[in-house]
Design a binder for this molecule. Structure first.
Ligand code: CA
Ligand code: CA
Ligand code: CA
Ligand code: CA
Length: 470
C-alpha cells in the first residue's frame, strides 16, 4: 500500500516528534528523536493524518479502531507515553497539575483536571491498562490534593474523559497518591487499585472492579491487613506506593503495598495483599532480609514486580532509599534495594546498593539509590531487568535479569545524565518496549523534563514534569 505524503506544520515553539510509519503488523515504537531534531516548522511523512489536532487514520473504521493493549491510547499501533506534572498550574490554579501525553506519532497533548484546584496535584500518580475492556489502553490519573482519580479512556484519536473515582467521606486521605492496574481476581480483566496513605488509621487501598466489569464496585483495605498485633500509626502511609505481580505463578495478581512510614521511626514495610481473600503478609527488614531497620530507611518507598529469573513467577524489588551504608551515625540515604523472589519472597543475591561488587560508582550521602524502580525486559532476552533510580546522583543503575539466576551484576550498566542533583534525574522510571524512560522533575528549575535514557524528549516542563509515568 503506498504511503500518503502529508505535511504537518507545527506551530512555532511546539515540539513535534518524527516517527517512521511501521505498518499495522508492527507495534514497535521507536519513540521520538532527540530534542535537537524537533521543533519549529517541519515536514513529516506518516500514514495517519494529523489535521488541526484530529487524527484521521486512512482505511476503514474497523481497521482504525484496532487496539492491542499495551500502552497504545489511540489505537494506532504505536506505544504512547503519559507523564505527570503535578506542580503545573491548571485553570489558573497553582499546582493543580497536568498530565502530558506524548503519542507515538509525535503529537503532544496535555490533560488538565476536570475540577482544577490549588494544590490538587493531578498527575502525582498514573496507571495504564485497559480498564473498560475495549483493548484500548486507558489512563488513570491520581490527584491526591483533591482526593480523586480521573480515568481517561483510550479511543481512536486519543484519550477521552471517563469516570472520576472517589472514596466515601474523604478528608486528608491523599487518595490517588499511588495507582496500579492489575488482574487481582483472575477474571482476565483489570482492576484498578488506588492508595490513600493519609486515610485514618495509617492509610488505605481501594480496589475498583473486583469480580465485576469495568471499575464497578469498590473494596477498601486498611493498614491493619497482614499486621495483626502490630502497632499502627497514622504515619504508616499504607498505600503510598503500589505494585502488582503474579508472585505464585497461578492465575491472578497480588498487590504489593508500600508502608514507607511504618515503624516507630519510619523504617518502613511492605504488605503483600490478596484482594480476593482479603489476606496480607507483611515484610520488613526486621525479618530475614540482609539489611536492618533504621530510622527513616523508608523500606517500601519504591516497588517493582517482574519475573527476574524467568521461572514463571513474578519477583519483587523493594527500594530502601534512606538506607545508610557507610556510617550509620552520620551517613544517611545512600540507599539500597532488596530483591525478593516469588512465591516465598526469599531474598536471593545481595542487598543491592552502590557498593555492591561489580557496579560502577560510589555511594554518597543522599544518593537515594532505590527512590524509584522500574522493571521490564530491556535487552530482549525474555527476562525482566531492573532499573534503579539514584536521583541524588542523577543516574540510573540497570541490573540485568538472568534465567535461573535472577538479577546479577553481570552486564550491569550505569546510565548517567550529567545533570546536577537538583534535576532529580531518576526520580521516576518506566520500562516499556525495551525502552527506558527517566523522569527528571527538578530539571529546569523544577519545571521538569523527561528523558529516553539520556536523550531529552520534546515534552514541555510545566511543573515537575516527569514526576510519574503511565
Ligand atoms: Ca498510540
Ligand atoms: Ca480501554
Ligand atoms: Ca480482574
Ligand atoms: Ca521469578
Amino acid at each position: 500500500m503506498p504511503m500518503p505524503m502529508i505535511v504537518i506544520s507545527a506551530p512555532p515553539g511546539r515540539a513535534v516528534g518524527r516517527t517512521s510509519f511501521t505498518g499495522e503488523t508492527s507495534v514497535r515504537c521507536r519513540g521520538v528523536p532527540p530534542a535537537r531534531d524537533v521543533g519549529g516548522m517541519r515536514s513529516l511523512v506518516m500514514a495517519p493524518l494529523l489535521v488541526a489536532g484530529m487524527l484521521v487514520v486512512p482505511g476503514t473504521a474497523a481497521q482504525a479502531a484496532q487496539c492491542r493493549g499495551g500502552s497504545d491510547f489511540d489505537g494506532d499501533g504505536r506505544r504512547d507515553l503519559a507523564t505527570g506534572a503535578p506542580s503545573a498550574a491548571a485553570g489558573g490554579q497553582a499546582r493543580a497539575g497536568q498530565v502530558g501525553i506524548l503519542y507515538g506519532d509525535g503529537r503532544q497533548e496535555w490533560l488538565v483536571p476536570a475540577d482544577a484546584r490549588r494544590g490538587g496535584g493531578f498527575g502525582a500518580a498514573l496507571a495504564v491498562g485497559d480498564l473498560d475492556g475495549d483493548r484500548c489502553a486507558d489512563l488513570a490519573v491520581g490527584a491526591p490534593g483533591t482526593e480523586t482519580v480521573e480515568v481517561y479512556l483510550g479511543a481512536e484519536g486519543g484519550l477521552r474523559r471517563g469516570p472520576v473515582l472517589r472514596l466515601p467521606s474523604p478528608g486528608g486521605d491523599q487518595f490517588g497518591t499511588a495507582l496500579v492496574a492489575a488482574d487481582l481476581d483472575g477474571d482476565r480483566d483489570l482492576e484498578l487499585a488506588a492508595g490513600a496513605p493519609g486515610r485514618r488509621g495509617g492509610g488505605a487501598v481501594a480496589v475498583f472492579g473486583l469480580r465485576a466489569d469495568g471499575l464497578k464496585g469498590r473494596k477498601v483495605f486498611t493498614a491493619s491487613i497482614g499486621r495483626k498485633g502490630r502497632r499502627k500509626a497514622q504515619t504508616d502511609a499504607f498505600g503510598a506506593v503500589l505494585a502488582a505481580g503474579n508472585f505464585d505463578g497461578r492465575g491472578r495478581d497480588e498487590l504489593a503495598v508500600g508502608l514507607p512510614g511504618d515503624g516507630h521511626r519510619g523504617e518502613g514495610s511492605v504488605t503483600i495483599l490478596d484482594a480476593v481473600r482479603s489476606t496480607g503478609r507483611n515484610i520488613s527488614q526486621a525479618g530475614r532480609l540482609r539489611g536492618s531497620p533504621e530510622r527513616n530507611d523508608g523500606f517500601g518507598s519504591a516497588l517493582a514486580a517482574a519475573d527476574f529469573d524467568a521461572d514463571g513467577r513474578d519477583d519483587l524489588a523493594v527500594g530502601v532509599p534512606g538506607e545508610a551504608l557507610t556510617d550509620k551515625n552520620r551517613g544517611f540515604g545512600e540507599g539500597a534495594v532488596h530483591v525478593l523472589y516469588g512465591p516465598s519472597f526469599k531474598e536471593e543475591g545481595p542487598m543491592w546498593n552502590r557498593l555492591t561488587g561489580g557496579l560502577a560508582g560510589n555511594a554518597r550521602r543522599n544518593d537515594l539509590f532505590g527512590a524509584a524502580l522500574a522493571a521490564g525486559d530491556l535487552n530482549g532476552d525474555g527476562t525482566a531487568d531492573l532499573a534503579v533510580g539514584i536521583p541524588g546522583s542523577g543516574s540510573v543503575q540497570i541490573l540485568r535479569g538472568r534465567r535461573r539466576h535472577g538479577l546479577t551484576a553481570r552486564k550491569a550498566e550505569l546510565v548517567t545524565s550529567g545533570l546536577g542533583a537538583a534535576a532529580h534525574y531518576g526520580n521516576a522510571l518506566k520500562i516499556a518496549g525495551g525502552v527506558l524512560t527517566v523522569g527528571a522533575p527538578g530539571d529546569g528549575g523544577f519545571t521538569g523534563g523527561v528523558y529516553r535514557s539520556r536523550t531529552r524528549l520534546p515534552l514541555e516542563g510545566r511543573g515537575l514534569t516527569g514526576f510519574s509515568f503511565g
